[in-house]
Design a protein around this ligand. Structure first.
Ligand code: HAM
Length: 421
């Protein structure tokens, strides 16, 4: 019968890979909590309107990448394509702003975008997402970026670059929008179909468009930095000088607009040359209007998300022990010995020992080979003869030494030996 495979773009994370995932998650949890961030866990399914309103209708994500379906009732639901909108939904739904004026949250989990799968791009992928709500101070931007860069270097990434831009605010961006609309006038025919269609609703998207024709047209366009208002300019200057003070290298990329519409002021991306065309490991920025646009009080925010798979791909080659090695292998031969091994293994496991047994009743020699392969610290040899003589042999696999243990209180003696090791 034909084997059913996983859905295209949806990937299994196999046991040999999960060690890397744990390693990264542990560092993330450790570092983020040092900066005062608390973990929040959120559902993967949300009402479609949350993302339409949050991310923006005229973005690639909302226009063509969301997994949206009509529920058996009449509601439109979407598998979350990103976490920011969901974090804010929960922040508002549970009035987290009442508890503290500044809220620092992070979440780790799967996101879904129906993009064309390729190296570093999946339809189900994972993000480590961080959001800081309630501060418009540029020090918050610098702190969040510093934490991201510290996290990436601690995990082991060295050759990454941080790109920064300011996307302005509701005071200065409309002027720039008019300038770009005028700049694109007469050039419409050369644009891709998406950009042509979005010209009226979202002309800035052309900067983010991957198509070569759009990139060529936009190459000579004016930059937003020339049109920033005084507030946005001084905010950006304060962010960059704080980064300089922290000795965090960055490059200003005046053409970066990010693929989501909620950004205001600071926007950033961390890229690397080692990921091919999908070169962003992380992206984020400030979103001072989003909480209000999702129905909440006027609350500024800033955050970022790291692409978990891309980060893991960059760690390829690094040495991780995915599966912990067992403390004990119980090799047993004969019915009585097998039965005893079964009881012993499970009793020791409940006492905190990682014990293994082979149910196959193969020869003692092949069981010893398996113990070796698993890299066990000890092997207990239990044959029918040993049971008759009321003893068992315990072999220290590293030292190559062996000792005889009485069957009486065998679990206690083993427990003691392993704990004292
Ligand atoms: P984003 O730039 O869309 O931002 O995604 C962040 C990161 O997720 C990317 O830099 C990339 O590493 C990873 N990523 C995105 N799409 C895929 C994919 N199809 N396959 C594999 N990895 C992918 C956001 O999602 C914002 N919510 C970040 C943010 C948080 N801004 C403020 N707070």
């Amino acid at each position: 019968m034909e084997v059913i495979t996983a859905v295209k773009g949806f990937k299994d994370i196999l046991p040999e890979e999960t060690g890397r995932w744990h390693y990264v998650e542990n560092i993330a949890r450790e570092i983020f909590s040092r900066f005062g961030f608390k973990e929040i866990r959120l559902p993967v399914l949300e009402k479609t309107d949350l993302f339409k309103r949050g991310i923006g209708e005229a973005t690639d994500i909302v226009e063509k990448e969301m997994y949206t379906f009509r529920d058996r009732g009449d509601e439109y639901l979407t598998l979350r394509p990103e976490a920011t909108a969901s974090v804010i939904r929960a922040y508002l739904e549970h009035s987290l702003y009442n508890a503290e004026s500044v809220t620092r949250l992070f979440t780790i989990g799967p996101m879904f975008r129906r993009e064309r799968p390729q190296k570093g791009r999946f339809r189900q992928f994972h993000q480590i997402d961080v959001e800081l709500l309630g501060l418009d101070d540029p020090r918050a931007d610098a702190e969040v970026i510093l934490m991201l860069m510290h996290f990436l270097t601690t995990v082991g990434l060295s050759k990454v670059s941080l790109e920064l831009n300011s996307l302005g605010c509701s005071a200065c961006r409309p002027t720039f929008r008019t300038v770009i609309t005028e700049f694109l006038q007469g050039k419409e025919e050369g644009l891709c179909e998406d950009c042509k269609r979005r010209l009226g609703s979202n002309p800035l998207r052309v900067f983010d468009c991957k198509s070569r024709e759009c990139q060529e047209i936009i190459a000579d366009a004016p930059h937003l930095s020339e049109f920033l208002c005084g507030d946005c300019r001084s905010h950006f200057d304060a962010v960059t000088s704080a980064l300089t003070e922290f000795e965090i290298p960055y490059q200003i990329n005046p053409r970066m607009v990010r693929g989501l519409d909620y950004y205001t002021k600071t926007a950033f991306e961390v890229t690397t040359e080692h990921l091919g065309s999908q070169n962003a490991v992380a992206g984020g920025g400030r979103y001072d209007r989003l909480v209000q646009e999702l129905g909440g009080p006027d609350t500024p925010g800033i955050g970022f998300a790291v692409g978990f798979e891309r980060l893991i791909a960059l760690l390829e080659g690094a040495d991780f022990t995915a599966t912990p090695t067992p403390d004990l292998f119980v090799a047993s031969l004969g019915d009585a010995a097998q039965k005893m091994a079964f009881v012993l293994c499970n009793s020791l496991r409940r006492k905190g020992i990682h014990a293994e047994q082979d149910f196959s009743a193969k020869s003692l020699k092949s069981q010893m080979k398996k113990a070796n392969r698993l890299n066990c610290a000890y092997t207990l040899i239990l044959g029918d003869r040993e049971i008759e003589e009321k003893k068992a042999e315990l072999r220290d696999m590293k030292a190559g030494t062996q000792q005889t243990l009485p069957l009486d209180n065998l679990d206690q003696s083993i427990l003691k030996l392993i704990k004292e090791r």
